[in-house]
Design a protein around this ligand. Structure first.
Ligand SMILES: C[S@@+](CC[C@H](N)C(=O)[O-])C[C@H]1O[C@@H](n2cnc3c(N)ncnc32)[C@H](O)[C@@H]1O
Length: 294
């Protein structure tokens, strides 16, 4: 497993609302550094079971002994959108999806997710397949780049950045996070507290990992594998993702599922001021938990 520097978000709220049966079967779709999985295992009893899923092979290697030795735990290295391949219909009591990437991944320059440190422009969660961000950015059309930056990053300078990228790569291909971040900085004139490359880097990461489609698929799959009264908890860090979750719970924008969900008592939870002061990266998190109604 990657060095465990990720701080799990809204742990109390997740446990309180998701883990309602101590002998239940749970799925943590985003194992990451294992923070939520660790807490779920602490709360369930001897008859309970937790399956965790993680797309990043590196996060599943060298699993700490506490997980390896626990007969109530199983880890699957796959994408959460394949949820239905692993479970029967109405088999699971609670499912957690903690979207995005972990601090461990973000802080590792070799993964290429961050504009804060220089490294190869990769950005793939699963490094064994698919195009790297560098491969995409050096081959996509001006229009395609602008569209991704606008639709997934709401980046106002999307066209200017896309043009700059295309002009730059005529001389030299873009290979590092610093090269890309510098190009973006030179196009964004309005100075705000947020780093000018924040939106573009997030948009490219979401595109490279197909994150919106993955989310739509896992919500749909979760609606089938949850038992009646089973609960689905989703933590998102971006308004676009949260909107998808909210609309899914409302029965809108579904692929084919007709399953009904009802919120617990609160429609959503936000981290407390105390949590934000301890873990500033939690500040944009929003948790929604809903129960399958049959
Ligand atoms: C925010 S982190 C989860 C952190 C975790 N809850 C913890 O407490 O350590 C999100 C994790 O989900 C993984 N991930 C992202 N997309 C995925 C997908 N489609 N399928 C499975 N895992 C995914 C990422 O690799 C990352 O490790």
């Amino acid at each position: 497993m990657i060095k465990a520097t990720h701080e799990a978000v809204m742990v109390d709220e997740v446990l309180e609302n998701l883990v309602f049966k101590q002998n239940g079967k749970y799925v943590d779709c985003t194992f990451g550094a294992g923070g939520h999985s660790h807490e779920i295992l602490k709360k369930i009893d001897r008859k309970g079971f937790l399956t965790s899923i993680e797309k990043d092979e590196r996060a599943t290697k060298n699993l700490p002994i506490e997980f390896r030795d626990d007969s109530r735990f199983k880890l699957i290295n796959d994408s959460f959108s394949n949820l239905r391949m692993f479970f029967e219909v109405e088999e699971i009591d609670g499912i957690l999806i903690d979207l995005g990437i972990s601090s461990t991944q973000l802080d590792d320059p070799l993964r290429g997710f961050s504009f804060q440190s220089n490294g190869p422009l990769d950005m793939r969660i699963d490094t064994t397949k698919g195009k790297t961000a560098a491969e995409w950015i050096n081959s996509a059309s001006n229009q395609e780049i602008a569209d991704v930056l606008w639709s997934l990053g709401q980046e106002r300078a999307s066209r200017r950045i896309a043009l700059k990228i295309c002009e730059f790569r005529e001389k030299k291909s873009i290979e590092s996070t610093k090269e890309l971040a510098d190009l973006i900085v030179s196009c964004v004139y309005k100075k705000t507290k947020k780093h000018p490359a924040t939106n573009s880097f997030r948009a490219i990461r979401m595109f490279i990992n197909n994150e919106i489609e993955e989310l739509q698929k896992v919500l749909e799959a979760a609606s089938y594998v949850l038992c009646c009264g089973g609960r689905l908890a989703v933590i998102s860090f971006h308004s676009m993702e949260d909107r998808i979750v909210k609309r899914f719970f409302q029965g809108k924008d579904r692929i084919e599922s007709k399953v009904k969900f009802e919120y617990m008592k609160d429609k959503f939870f936000k981290p407390t001021a105390k949590e934000i002061s301890i873990n500033p990266r939690s500040r944009s998190a929003i948790l929604r938990v809903a129960e399958k109604v049959c």
